[in-house]
Design a protein around this ligand. Structure first.
Ligand code: NAD
Length: 407
């Protein structure tokens, strides 16, 4: 049996609990061991129960110097990611950094530079990139199962109430105390949809995308968006459309569609499910129906921390979510940041449900518009949603010289 990888975690509460549970589970097989926990808010005794005597401190530098972890997990608010990740990398630790990586593209470029300069890896917490359903979908397209690839669509309809936006001061904010945060439906709640769509479209790296069209709205009283869509055009013209809302009528599992000339593949990325529809079953550009998921196959998923540990032991094992692979995601996030506060939806286009912490807006017809957007690769305004009238933010980007079709 090999020595467990020494893991330090920054951020003990909120989503950090999920990482701690994962460390405890992987610790049982001896893969990892928690050697330090950093948070200005002391963890509850029950949080520490699984980690006998683990050092806890609000000071990351001191913990890094004393514990010398192999890997540091950063699961803190978005605007704290860069300084904490850089501190860990400079202390000689590899990093598993929660998504979205940073609030700005410039911060992300700094992260990449420090990772390279320190020769330490940085895996980004897009856990859906560990799904075998994504890898299989790419293989199926490669083997011609659905004919030529025409585009990628993604749809997300969730329900979030006031409590979601009041859980932390940075929630729903574009800027907090003068610092960019860039929190929103595309950059955070459905960040996995964007990252997974880019993986399926082979368009994750710098220079892979030539155009970004963006439409962002809010019905909650927030600065960022709760309902948004983006169309990223790959350098060879392939469209990748992601449409999402947290003001839905009903919660559904979000999904990705690979549109082919003779069929389509749908992947429910939070469930590792995959459905291939070809021949007489091929629905064309019709929206995904609720019953489709019941016909899907369930595949496996590789854990991102376990993958990082495996990669460190054997570099021939590729990282599932390497930081350089978040470049197009960050390019889209930068467009969102530069777009500024989202547009308020006129209250005549939504109804309200609940009160106090349970209050939520339900935008007229949004579930259907999101599903159509992913199925037809069109933006909300192009589908005639009355609350989305107007022009998208439209940015042309430089592409890599001599690259016509990204790998
Ligand atoms: N991968 C996923 O599916 C997923 C899901 C939810 C959240 N997240 C991400 O996880 C991160 C944390 O989200 P959250 O909702 O738990 O945030 P949060 O505001 O609840 O903060 C998490 C913890 O970080 C601590 N913290 C804040 N600043 C710190 C600092 N400077 N040093 C040490 N600890 C600090 C807080 O005290 C808190 O315990 C975000 O990046 C979020 O986007 C990822």
């Amino acid at each position: 049996m090999t020595t467990p990888t020494r893991v330090l975690q920054v951020g003990a509460h909120g989503y950090g609990r999920v990482h701690l549970d994962n460390i405890a589970a992987l610790g049982e097989s001896g893969l990892v061991r928690l050697v330090g926990l950093c948070d200005p808010v002391p963890p509850a005794p029950e949080t520490l129960a699984a980690f006998d005597g683990v050092p806890v401190s609000p000071e990351l530098d001191a913990l890094l110097a004393e514990q010398r972890p192999d890997v540091t997990i950063v699961a803190t608010p978005i605007h704290t990611h860069l300084p904490l990740a850089v501190t860990a990398l400079r202390a000689g630790s590899h990093v598993l950094l929660e998504k979205p990586p940073t609030p700005t593209l410039a911060d992300f470029e700094t992260l990449l530079a420090v990772s390279e300069e320190t020769d330490r890896r940085c895996q980004i917490g897009f856990q859906s990139l560990g799904s075998a359903a994504l890898a299989e979908a790419v293989d199926l397209v490669g083997s011609g199962t659905i004919g030529g690839l025409l585009g990628i669509g993604a749809a997300g309809t969730w329900i979030r109430d006031t409590a979601y936006y009041q859980r932390a001061p940075w929630a729903g904010r574009m800027v907090l105390d003068g610092r960019p945060v860039t929190d929103g439906a595309l950059t955070n709640a459905f960040a996995h949809a964007v990252a997974s769509a880019l993986r399926l479209g082979g368009a994750e790296r710098a220079g892979d995308v030539r155009r970004v069209e963006l439409e962002r709205f809010h019905a909650h009283p927030i600065e960022g968006d709760d309902t948004a869509c983006v169309r990223l055009t790959r350098s060879d013209g392939l469209p990748i459309v992601v449409a999402v809302t947290v003001c839905a009528e009903r919660t559904r599992d979000p999904y990705l569609i690979l549109h082919g000339e003779s069929g389509r593949i749908t992947v429910w990325y939070t469930r590792d499910q995959l459905l291939v529809e070809t021949g007489s079953a091929f629905p064309g550009a019709r929206p995904v129906t609720d019953d489709a998921q019941s016909r899907a196959r369930v595949l496996s998923r590789t854990n991102l921390l376990a993958n990082l540990v495996d990669h460190l032991a054997d570099p021939s094992v590729p990282l599932l979510s390497p930081s350089a692979g978040s470049h197009t995601f960050m390019r889209a996030m930068e467009e969102i940041r530069l777009d500024g506060p989202a547009r308020a939806i006129d209250p005549r286009y939504y109804r309200e449900e609940g009160t106090g912490q349970r209050w939520r807006p339900i935008i007229d017809g949004v579930d259907t518009v999101v599903a159509r957007s992913a199925a037809e690769l069109r933006l909300f305004s192009e589908l005639g949603a009355p609350w989305a009238a107007g022009s998208p933010r439209d940015t042309t980007l430089p592409t890599r010289q001599g690259v016509s079709s990204p790998s």
